[in-house]
Design a protein around this ligand. Structure first.
Ligand code: UFG
Length: 328
Protein backbone atom coordinates (compact mmCIF):
# COMPACT_ATOMS: atom_id res chain seq x y z
CA UNK A 1 0.00 0.00 0.00
CA UNK A 2 1.36 3.43 -0.92
CA UNK A 3 1.64 5.76 2.07
CA UNK A 4 0.45 9.36 1.72
CA UNK A 5 0.64 12.10 4.37
CA UNK A 6 -2.64 13.71 5.41
CA UNK A 7 -1.90 16.95 7.30
CA UNK A 8 -5.00 17.83 9.32
CA UNK A 9 -6.36 14.30 8.83
CA UNK A 10 -8.01 14.27 12.28
CA UNK A 11 -10.56 16.83 11.16
CA UNK A 12 -13.93 16.54 9.45
CA UNK A 13 -13.01 16.53 5.74
CA UNK A 14 -9.56 15.06 6.43
CA UNK A 15 -10.95 12.00 8.21
CA UNK A 16 -13.45 11.30 5.43
CA UNK A 17 -10.63 11.61 2.90
CA UNK A 18 -8.55 9.09 4.89
CA UNK A 19 -11.44 6.63 4.56
CA UNK A 20 -11.63 7.24 0.79
CA UNK A 21 -7.85 6.87 0.47
CA UNK A 22 -7.92 3.56 2.33
CA UNK A 23 -10.79 2.33 0.14
CA UNK A 24 -8.64 3.12 -2.91
CA UNK A 25 -5.57 1.24 -1.73
CA UNK A 26 -3.54 4.00 -0.04
CA UNK A 27 -2.34 4.06 3.57
CA UNK A 28 -3.16 7.51 5.02
CA UNK A 29 -0.63 8.70 7.62
CA UNK A 30 -2.30 11.45 9.65
CA UNK A 31 -0.27 14.40 10.95
CA UNK A 32 -2.37 16.61 13.24
CA UNK A 33 -1.83 18.76 16.33
CA UNK A 34 -5.44 18.11 17.50
CA UNK A 35 -6.11 21.83 17.95
CA UNK A 36 -9.34 21.37 15.95
CA UNK A 37 -9.27 17.66 15.10
CA UNK A 38 -9.94 14.61 17.29
CA UNK A 39 -7.77 11.54 17.76
CA UNK A 40 -10.89 9.35 17.62
CA UNK A 41 -11.36 10.44 13.99
CA UNK A 42 -8.01 8.84 13.07
CA UNK A 43 -9.23 5.36 12.14
CA UNK A 44 -7.67 4.42 8.83
CA UNK A 45 -3.88 4.57 9.26
CA UNK A 46 -1.04 5.66 11.56
CA UNK A 47 -1.20 8.85 13.63
CA UNK A 48 1.67 11.31 14.07
CA UNK A 49 0.78 13.90 16.70
CA UNK A 50 2.46 17.24 15.99
CA UNK A 51 2.34 20.60 14.32
CA UNK A 52 2.72 21.51 10.63
CA UNK A 53 4.97 24.39 11.75
CA UNK A 54 7.42 22.03 13.51
CA UNK A 55 9.80 21.56 10.59
CA UNK A 56 12.01 19.00 12.29
CA UNK A 57 9.02 16.83 13.22
CA UNK A 58 7.45 17.12 9.74
CA UNK A 59 10.78 16.16 8.11
CA UNK A 60 11.08 13.13 10.40
CA UNK A 61 7.53 11.95 9.62
CA UNK A 62 8.09 12.33 5.86
CA UNK A 63 11.36 10.35 6.06
CA UNK A 64 9.98 7.68 8.41
CA UNK A 65 7.05 6.86 6.12
CA UNK A 66 8.77 7.43 2.76
CA UNK A 67 6.23 10.09 1.77
CA UNK A 68 6.06 11.59 -1.75
CA UNK A 69 2.45 12.83 -1.70
CA UNK A 70 0.73 15.28 0.66
CA UNK A 71 -2.95 16.01 1.23
CA UNK A 72 -3.13 19.26 3.20
CA UNK A 73 -6.21 20.07 5.32
CA UNK A 74 -4.49 21.71 8.31
CA UNK A 75 -6.09 25.14 8.62
CA UNK A 76 -8.38 27.32 10.68
CA UNK A 77 -11.70 27.63 8.83
CA UNK A 78 -14.11 29.94 10.64
CA UNK A 79 -14.90 32.71 8.17
CA UNK A 80 -16.42 35.14 10.72
CA UNK A 81 -13.74 34.61 13.38
CA UNK A 82 -11.01 35.12 10.79
CA UNK A 83 -12.26 38.69 10.26
CA UNK A 84 -12.45 39.66 13.94
CA UNK A 85 -9.21 37.84 14.92
CA UNK A 86 -6.96 37.45 11.86
CA UNK A 87 -3.65 36.79 13.63
CA UNK A 88 -4.00 33.01 14.15
CA UNK A 89 -5.28 32.70 10.58
CA UNK A 90 -2.13 34.25 9.11
CA UNK A 91 0.04 32.33 11.55
CA UNK A 92 -1.49 28.91 10.89
CA UNK A 93 -2.82 29.09 7.34
CA UNK A 94 0.04 31.12 5.84
CA UNK A 95 3.16 31.18 8.01
CA UNK A 96 3.07 27.58 9.20
CA UNK A 97 1.90 26.38 5.80
CA UNK A 98 4.99 28.03 4.36
CA UNK A 99 7.22 26.30 6.93
CA UNK A 100 5.59 23.04 5.88
CA UNK A 101 6.15 23.77 2.17
CA UNK A 102 9.82 24.47 2.80
CA UNK A 103 10.13 20.97 4.30
CA UNK A 104 8.26 19.55 1.28
CA UNK A 105 10.81 21.21 -1.00
CA UNK A 106 13.73 19.89 1.04
CA UNK A 107 12.41 16.33 1.13
CA UNK A 108 11.44 16.14 -2.56
CA UNK A 109 7.65 15.91 -2.19
CA UNK A 110 6.17 15.39 -5.67
CA UNK A 111 2.42 15.95 -5.34
CA UNK A 112 0.38 18.26 -3.07
CA UNK A 113 -3.42 18.30 -2.80
CA UNK A 114 -4.55 21.54 -1.14
CA UNK A 115 -7.86 22.35 0.61
CA UNK A 116 -8.80 25.67 -0.90
CA UNK A 117 -12.19 27.31 -0.84
CA UNK A 118 -14.81 29.13 -2.85
CA UNK A 119 -14.20 31.85 -0.22
CA UNK A 120 -11.21 32.83 -2.39
CA UNK A 121 -13.65 34.33 -4.95
CA UNK A 122 -15.26 36.87 -2.61
CA UNK A 123 -18.52 38.43 -3.82
CA UNK A 124 -19.26 36.84 -7.19
CA UNK A 125 -19.57 38.99 -10.29
CA UNK A 126 -21.30 36.10 -12.08
CA UNK A 127 -22.63 32.71 -11.00
CA UNK A 128 -22.18 29.82 -11.42
CA UNK A 129 -18.55 30.35 -10.44
CA UNK A 130 -15.91 29.09 -12.84
CA UNK A 131 -12.28 28.68 -11.80
CA UNK A 132 -11.20 31.73 -13.81
CA UNK A 133 -13.58 34.03 -11.90
CA UNK A 134 -11.54 36.87 -10.27
CA UNK A 135 -10.37 36.06 -6.73
CA UNK A 136 -11.07 38.96 -4.34
CA UNK A 137 -11.75 37.43 -0.91
CA UNK A 138 -13.99 39.29 1.55
CA UNK A 139 -12.66 37.44 4.62
CA UNK A 140 -9.22 36.87 6.12
CA UNK A 141 -9.90 33.15 5.82
CA UNK A 142 -10.48 33.47 2.06
CA UNK A 143 -7.33 35.54 1.69
CA UNK A 144 -5.20 33.01 3.58
CA UNK A 145 -6.47 30.25 1.27
CA UNK A 146 -5.64 32.41 -1.75
CA UNK A 147 -2.15 32.93 -0.33
CA UNK A 148 -1.85 29.14 0.00
CA UNK A 149 -2.73 28.76 -3.67
CA UNK A 150 -0.14 31.39 -4.59
CA UNK A 151 2.63 29.79 -2.54
CA UNK A 152 1.92 26.50 -4.30
CA UNK A 153 1.97 28.17 -7.70
CA UNK A 154 5.36 29.82 -7.16
CA UNK A 155 6.86 26.78 -5.45
CA UNK A 156 5.69 24.62 -8.35
CA UNK A 157 7.21 26.92 -10.95
CA UNK A 158 10.52 27.19 -9.15
CA UNK A 159 10.97 23.76 -7.58
CA UNK A 160 8.76 21.42 -9.60
CA UNK A 161 6.30 20.21 -6.91
CA UNK A 162 2.88 19.73 -8.53
CA UNK A 163 -0.41 20.60 -6.86
CA UNK A 164 -4.16 20.59 -7.20
CA UNK A 165 -6.00 23.30 -5.26
CA UNK A 166 -9.53 22.07 -4.56
CA UNK A 167 -11.93 24.95 -3.99
CA UNK A 168 -14.65 23.51 -1.77
CA UNK A 169 -18.14 24.86 -1.63
CA UNK A 170 -20.19 23.92 1.49
CA UNK A 171 -19.06 20.59 2.94
CA UNK A 172 -21.76 18.72 4.86
CA UNK A 173 -23.17 15.28 5.70
CA UNK A 174 -21.42 12.28 7.23
CA UNK A 175 -20.14 8.93 6.05
CA UNK A 176 -22.56 5.99 6.14
CA UNK A 177 -20.01 3.97 8.16
CA UNK A 178 -21.24 5.89 11.22
CA UNK A 179 -17.91 6.39 13.05
CA UNK A 180 -16.83 9.69 11.49
CA UNK A 181 -18.72 12.97 11.03
CA UNK A 182 -18.72 16.69 11.69
CA UNK A 183 -17.58 17.58 15.21
CA UNK A 184 -16.30 21.14 15.53
CA UNK A 185 -15.34 22.69 18.86
CA UNK A 186 -17.35 25.77 17.93
CA UNK A 187 -20.16 24.95 15.49
CA UNK A 188 -20.97 27.72 13.01
CA UNK A 189 -22.29 25.71 10.03
CA UNK A 190 -25.92 25.82 9.06
CA UNK A 191 -26.93 22.15 8.81
CA UNK A 192 -25.37 20.93 12.09
CA UNK A 193 -26.77 23.99 13.87
CA UNK A 194 -30.30 23.19 12.67
CA UNK A 195 -29.95 19.54 13.72
CA UNK A 196 -28.50 20.40 17.13
CA UNK A 197 -31.46 22.72 17.64
CA UNK A 198 -33.85 19.83 16.97
CA UNK A 199 -31.94 17.81 19.58
CA UNK A 200 -32.46 20.55 22.16
CA UNK A 201 -28.80 21.61 22.23
CA UNK A 202 -29.76 25.10 21.03
CA UNK A 203 -32.95 27.11 21.47
CA UNK A 204 -33.44 28.24 17.88
CA UNK A 205 -31.80 28.70 14.49
CA UNK A 206 -30.79 32.27 13.66
CA UNK A 207 -31.31 33.00 9.97
CA UNK A 208 -28.66 35.60 9.11
CA UNK A 209 -30.29 38.05 6.72
CA UNK A 210 -33.62 37.95 4.89
CA UNK A 211 -33.04 40.94 2.61
CA UNK A 212 -30.54 39.49 0.16
CA UNK A 213 -31.20 39.80 -3.56
CA UNK A 214 -32.31 36.15 -3.84
CA UNK A 215 -35.80 34.69 -4.49
CA UNK A 216 -36.62 34.26 -0.76
CA UNK A 217 -34.17 36.86 0.60
CA UNK A 218 -31.80 34.36 2.26
CA UNK A 219 -28.29 33.33 1.16
CA UNK A 220 -27.78 30.62 -1.42
CA UNK A 221 -25.00 28.02 -1.12
CA UNK A 222 -23.86 24.87 -2.92
CA UNK A 223 -23.98 21.98 -0.41
CA UNK A 224 -21.65 19.08 -1.19
CA UNK A 225 -21.57 15.77 0.71
CA UNK A 226 -18.25 15.20 2.46
CA UNK A 227 -17.94 11.70 0.91
CA UNK A 228 -18.06 13.28 -2.54
CA UNK A 229 -15.39 15.79 -1.49
CA UNK A 230 -13.27 12.94 -0.12
CA UNK A 231 -13.48 10.98 -3.38
CA UNK A 232 -12.45 14.09 -5.33
CA UNK A 233 -9.19 14.18 -3.34
CA UNK A 234 -8.36 10.63 -4.37
CA UNK A 235 -9.11 11.51 -8.00
CA UNK A 236 -6.94 14.64 -7.76
CA UNK A 237 -4.06 12.59 -6.38
CA UNK A 238 -4.44 9.98 -9.14
CA UNK A 239 -4.58 12.80 -11.69
CA UNK A 240 -1.17 14.14 -10.54
CA UNK A 241 0.31 10.64 -10.25
CA UNK A 242 -0.72 10.01 -13.87
CA UNK A 243 1.19 13.06 -15.08
CA UNK A 244 -1.46 15.79 -14.75
CA UNK A 245 -0.31 19.40 -14.50
CA UNK A 246 -0.93 21.67 -11.51
CA UNK A 247 -4.43 23.13 -11.50
CA UNK A 248 -7.29 24.59 -9.44
CA UNK A 249 -10.71 22.94 -9.37
CA UNK A 250 -14.11 23.82 -7.89
CA UNK A 251 -15.80 21.10 -5.86
CA UNK A 252 -19.52 21.77 -5.83
CA UNK A 253 -22.68 20.29 -7.29
CA UNK A 254 -23.73 23.27 -9.42
CA UNK A 255 -27.04 23.61 -7.54
CA UNK A 256 -27.68 26.26 -4.92
CA UNK A 257 -30.15 26.15 -1.99
CA UNK A 258 -31.23 29.07 0.17
CA UNK A 259 -31.09 29.00 3.97
CA UNK A 260 -34.89 28.76 4.06
CA UNK A 261 -34.85 25.85 1.60
CA UNK A 262 -32.36 24.01 3.80
CA UNK A 263 -34.55 24.55 6.86
CA UNK A 264 -37.61 23.26 4.97
CA UNK A 265 -35.67 20.22 3.76
CA UNK A 266 -34.56 19.42 7.33
CA UNK A 267 -38.18 19.63 8.48
CA UNK A 268 -39.20 17.19 5.76
CA UNK A 269 -36.39 14.69 6.43
CA UNK A 270 -36.67 14.70 10.22
CA UNK A 271 -40.41 15.35 10.58
CA UNK A 272 -39.73 18.06 13.21
CA UNK A 273 -40.51 21.78 12.95
CA UNK A 274 -37.43 24.01 13.26
CA UNK A 275 -37.69 27.02 15.63
CA UNK A 276 -36.33 29.96 13.65
CA UNK A 277 -35.43 33.60 14.37
CA UNK A 278 -34.81 36.02 11.55
CA UNK A 279 -31.79 38.21 12.29
CA UNK A 280 -29.35 40.68 10.73
CA UNK A 281 -26.88 39.69 8.05
CA UNK A 282 -23.64 38.03 9.18
CA UNK A 283 -20.44 39.87 8.18
CA UNK A 284 -18.50 38.38 5.28
CA UNK A 285 -21.39 36.38 3.71
CA UNK A 286 -21.69 36.67 -0.08
CA UNK A 287 -25.38 36.43 -1.13
CA UNK A 288 -25.02 33.61 -3.66
CA UNK A 289 -22.28 31.01 -4.15
CA UNK A 290 -22.58 27.98 -6.37
CA UNK A 291 -20.13 26.21 -8.60
CA UNK A 292 -19.84 25.56 -12.25
CA UNK A 293 -18.68 21.94 -11.84
CA UNK A 294 -17.63 21.38 -15.46
CA UNK A 295 -13.87 21.40 -14.86
CA UNK A 296 -14.13 18.84 -12.04
CA UNK A 297 -15.93 16.52 -14.47
CA UNK A 298 -13.54 17.09 -17.35
CA UNK A 299 -10.23 17.02 -15.49
CA UNK A 300 -10.96 14.61 -12.63
CA UNK A 301 -13.91 12.65 -14.02
CA UNK A 302 -15.62 13.46 -10.70
CA UNK A 303 -19.38 13.42 -10.40
CA UNK A 304 -21.01 13.81 -6.96
CA UNK A 305 -23.13 10.76 -6.12
CA UNK A 306 -23.97 11.42 -2.43
CA UNK A 307 -25.02 15.07 -2.63
CA UNK A 308 -28.76 14.78 -3.09
CA UNK A 309 -30.05 17.19 -0.40
CA UNK A 310 -32.21 14.53 1.26
CA UNK A 311 -29.23 12.19 1.52
CA UNK A 312 -26.99 14.94 2.91
CA UNK A 313 -29.48 15.84 5.64
CA UNK A 314 -30.35 12.23 6.48
CA UNK A 315 -26.68 11.30 6.88
CA UNK A 316 -25.99 14.40 9.01
CA UNK A 317 -29.09 13.66 11.13
CA UNK A 318 -28.00 10.04 11.69
CA UNK A 319 -24.62 11.33 12.85
CA UNK A 320 -26.04 13.98 15.20
CA UNK A 321 -28.45 11.44 16.72
CA UNK A 322 -25.61 9.02 17.34
CA UNK A 323 -23.41 11.76 18.81
CA UNK A 324 -26.16 12.91 21.15
CA UNK A 325 -26.74 9.33 22.35
CA UNK A 326 -23.05 8.73 23.06
CA UNK A 327 -22.80 12.01 24.99
CA UNK A 328 -25.71 11.09 27.31
N1 UFG B 1 -26.39 30.60 8.38
C1 UFG B 1 -27.49 31.02 9.08
N2 UFG B 1 -27.56 30.68 10.40
C2 UFG B 1 -26.59 29.95 11.04
C3 UFG B 1 -25.49 29.52 10.30
C4 UFG B 1 -25.41 29.86 8.97
O1 UFG B 1 -28.36 31.69 8.54
O2 UFG B 1 -26.74 29.71 12.23
C5 UFG B 1 -26.30 30.92 6.97
C6 UFG B 1 -25.05 31.74 6.64
O3 UFG B 1 -25.28 33.10 6.84
C7 UFG B 1 -24.82 31.34 5.19
C8 UFG B 1 -25.34 29.90 5.10
O4 UFG B 1 -26.19 29.73 6.24
O5 UFG B 1 -25.61 32.14 4.37
C9 UFG B 1 -24.23 28.86 5.18
O6 UFG B 1 -23.41 29.19 6.28
P1 UFG B 1 -22.30 28.20 6.85
O7 UFG B 1 -21.70 28.87 8.04
O8 UFG B 1 -22.87 26.84 7.02
O9 UFG B 1 -21.25 28.10 5.67
P2 UFG B 1 -20.47 29.28 4.95
O10 UFG B 1 -21.09 29.37 3.59
O11 UFG B 1 -20.36 30.53 5.70
O12 UFG B 1 -18.98 28.72 5.00
C10 UFG B 1 -18.61 27.55 4.34
C11 UFG B 1 -17.36 26.94 4.95
C12 UFG B 1 -16.18 27.83 4.75
C13 UFG B 1 -16.08 28.22 3.33
C14 UFG B 1 -17.36 28.83 2.90
C15 UFG B 1 -17.36 29.32 1.51
O13 UFG B 1 -17.54 26.77 6.30
O14 UFG B 1 -15.00 27.19 5.16
O15 UFG B 1 -18.38 27.88 3.03
O16 UFG B 1 -18.55 30.06 1.33
F1 UFG B 1 -15.07 29.08 3.13
Amino acid sequence: MKKVLVAGGAGYIGSHTCLALKNHGYEPVVLDNLSEGHEWLVQFGPFEHGDIGDSEFVGEVIAKHGIKDILFFAAFTYVGVSVTDPEPYFENNVSKMHDFLAVCKKTGIENFIFSSSCATYGNPITVPLTEDHPQNPVSTYGDTKLMGEKMLKWYGQAYGMKHVALRYFNACGASHIGTIGESHNIETHLIPIILKTLLGQRNHVSVFGTDYDTPDGTCIRDYIHVDDLANAHVKALEYLENGGESTQINLGTGTGYSVKEIINAVEQVTGHPVPVRFEERRAGDPPVLYANPQKSREVLGWIPTHSDLHNIIQSAWNWELKQSQTKV
